[in-house]
Write a protein that binds this ligand. Structure first.
Ligand code: HEM
Length: 124
């Protein structure tokens, strides 16, 4: 059984995507990233991506992660905030901590492709 099946398949992923985006858009530190994006398109891509990341049968066919996020100047802190919202979403849906850790483990390696802002340098 894949993680995808364990959390309830496509309907759970749909619920997770909806809740996840509500959290991202409700976070004042993150809204500017998503304000200009066609949300229905973004949700469809995100749903397909998450399903594939969770080991479901849907194959993600969008642009690769580096291309999708190039030019957005995403910092480590932004990546951490987005992952934290996803963890909250999954916890809110009743996904067991152990599974959440497994899902996080699949997404964290994407940091290198998604984060493009230089690390914060000390002022002095
Ligand atoms: C594990 C982390 C992440 C995953 C799995 C992910 C996944 C995706 C996917 C599948 C797309 C659609 C790609 C396409 O158009 O084909 C996308 C687009 C996008 N993502 Fe992410 N993302 C992640 C992190 C982030 C972070 C940290 C931010 C900003 C703080 C972000 C902002 C965006 C934006 C603004 C777009 C739309 C780009 C555009 O079409 O202009 N993503 N992401």
């Amino acid at each position: 059984m894949t993680v995808y099946d364990a959390i309830g398949g496509a309907p759970s992923v749909q619920a997770a995507v909806d809740d996840f985006y509500a959290r991202l858009l409700g976070d004042p530190a993150l809204t500017h990233f998503f304000a200009e994006v066609d949300l229905s398109k973004l949700k469809a891509h995100q749903r397909a991506f998450l399903a594939a990341a969770l080991g479901g049968s849907e194959i993600y066919q969008g642009r690769d992660m580096a291309a999708a996020h190039a030019g957005l100047a995403i910092a480590d802190a932004d990546f951490d905030a987005v992952v934290a919202h996803l963890v909250d979403t999954l916890a809110g849906l009743g996904v067991p901590q152990e599974l959440i850790g497994e899902i996080g483990g699949k997404l964290l390696p994407l940091r290198a492709q998604i984060v493009t802002a230089p690390a914060e340098q000390p002022v002095v």
